[in-house]
Write a protein that binds this ligand. Structure first.
Ligand SMILES: [Ca+2]
Ligand SMILES: [Ca+2]
Ligand SMILES: [Ca+2]
Ligand SMILES: [Ca+2]
Length: 417
């Protein structure tokens, strides 16, 4: 028996065992791919409601790893280390996931990078280059969906008669006839939260997000550098109710927001290029760290910092960091119980001063190191001046003051700002 058959047999036995033990075993069995089931579809097929399919790091391609069908199951399919480490490469032979059996929000996929999807059929066959949800409303989170193509709508994700939740996702460089990033069609109650939708193209219209006869909430999203060849570069909608909150919508071509008839639109606490009427809206350069290289974190001094509303906002950002009150942005221009939520998908967290051992906190260990240097030496070169926090050549009470302000911080960003 070759390895593949052996593993497949194990997977079948695993599935049978689950059937036999269904009545006695608690929900929450973990099914591992590829160590127990050889591919992701086999893992899904072996799972029962309440189970988790845990997908190890790696690149998954070919039969059994594309056109994945959740079959209406209430399960989670999770790559625990995230999209940097777990890739579904569709190899231009189909899409990543196809939800079409009434999946609900408790059906979750998380942690995948889905690339090179390609669907060129007519109608449904050509929708959703990365993911297609029809008559189903799963939760899609912590995913990167990039470089997928659909000849019909929805280059990254197509939603049809769906109220999917799309959270903490990056949807980038996808292309479609309409809705290069996301296409919402006849879909009521779609939630798009903490997402970056960037550099997608609609060959016809709606480069970033297309909304037709739908109801959608967009909260803390960054929708930038999308192109609609014949109009509606960023977000385009008609016959729809659209709520946009704490979002940054800029640098889309030829326009940023375009809503034609019967589209009740509410835009608030958002940075919209060209401006938009609504509470808390601004039209300002958001000072991205490096948009050329797709880094849409905010830089020090960004006017989008502490300028959103906490009303209905997610408590963490796309990186999973908590929302943070930047001490140097004062007064906060945001609203709600916490008036310091940032606009966009990423919360600005200033660099920590005093994390000498670079372990992303400022604690007793750093204090001990600071204490050793305190008052003891004059700095004669940048290399030995780490403890000289204000760079004036001495480690003294002024540095202690800065250190004290940072002491106790448990989150220090790992990106440059
Ligand atoms: Ca903030
Ligand atoms: Ca502040
Ligand atoms: Ca530290
Ligand atoms: Ca100093």
């Amino acid at each position: 028996m070759n390895n593949f058959l052996f593993i497949s047999a194990k997977c079948v036995i695993w599935a049978l065992t689950l059937v036999f033990t269904f009545w006695t075993c608690a929900f929450g069995t973990v099914i591992r791919v590829p160590s127990v089931c050889p591919n992701i579809q086999a893992g899904i097929d072996a799972a029962n409601n309440g189970d988790t399919v845990l997908v190890a790091d790696g690149v998954y391609a070919g039969e059994g790893n594309i056109n994945l069908d959740l079959k209406g199951k209430n399960i989670q399919v999770i790559a625990p280390n995230g999209p940097q480490f777990c890739v579904i490469d569709c190899g231009r032979k189909g899409r990543g996931f196809y939800f079409h059996n009434g999946e609900k929000e408790t059906c979750i996929i998380s942690g995948f990078k889905i690339v090179n999807g390609f669907v060129d059929g007519i109608g449904a066959e050509g929708m959703g280059g990365g993911i297609y949800c029809v008559n189903s409303s799963p939760t899609i989170k912590n995913c990167v969906i990039s470089d997928n193509v659909a000849y019909e709508p929805g280059g990254g994700i197509a939603l049809e008669n769906s109220s999917a939740i799309i959270k903490n996702c990056i949807i980038r460089n996808n292309e479609a006839h309409r809705g290069g990033g996301i296409d919402c069609y006849n879909s009521q109650g779609v939630q798009v939260i903490n997402c970056v939708v960037s550099k997608n193209t609609g060959w016809n219209i709606d480069g970033g997000i297309s909304i037709y006869n739908s109801f959608i909430n967009l909260v803390n999203c960054t929708v930038v550098f999308n192109t609609g060849n014949f109009g509606d570069g960023g977000i385009g909608g008609s016959f729809s109710t659209v709520n946009i909150k704490n979002c940054i919508v800029r640098y889309n071509t030829p326009d940023n927001l375009a809503f034609s008839p019967f589209a009740p639109v509410s835009v608030s606490y958002s940075d919209i290029q060209g401006g938009w009427l609504g509470m808390g809206n601004v039209d300002v350069n958001p000072l991205f760290v490096d948009s050329f290289n797709d880094d849409y974190h905010l830089r020090h001094g960004s006017p989008c910092v502490d300028a959103g509303t906490s009303d209905g906002a997610p408590v963490t950002d796309l990186d999973g960091n908590p929302r943070f009150d930047d001490p140097e942005t004062e007064p906060n221009t945001g609203a709600g119980d916490l008036d310091y939520i940032d606009m966009g998908a990423y919360e600005y967290i200033p660099a920590c001063h005093g994390d000498f051992n670079k372990d992303s906190d400022v604690d007793g260990t750093d204090l001990a190191s600071f204490g050793e240097k305190y008052g003891k030496y004059e700095c004669d070169s940048a290399s030995n001046c780490e403890d000289d926090l204000n760079h004036d050549g001495r480690v003294d009470e002024q540095d202690l003051e800065i250190f004290a302000k940072n002491f106790g911080r448990s989150i220090c960003p790992n990106y440059s700002n």
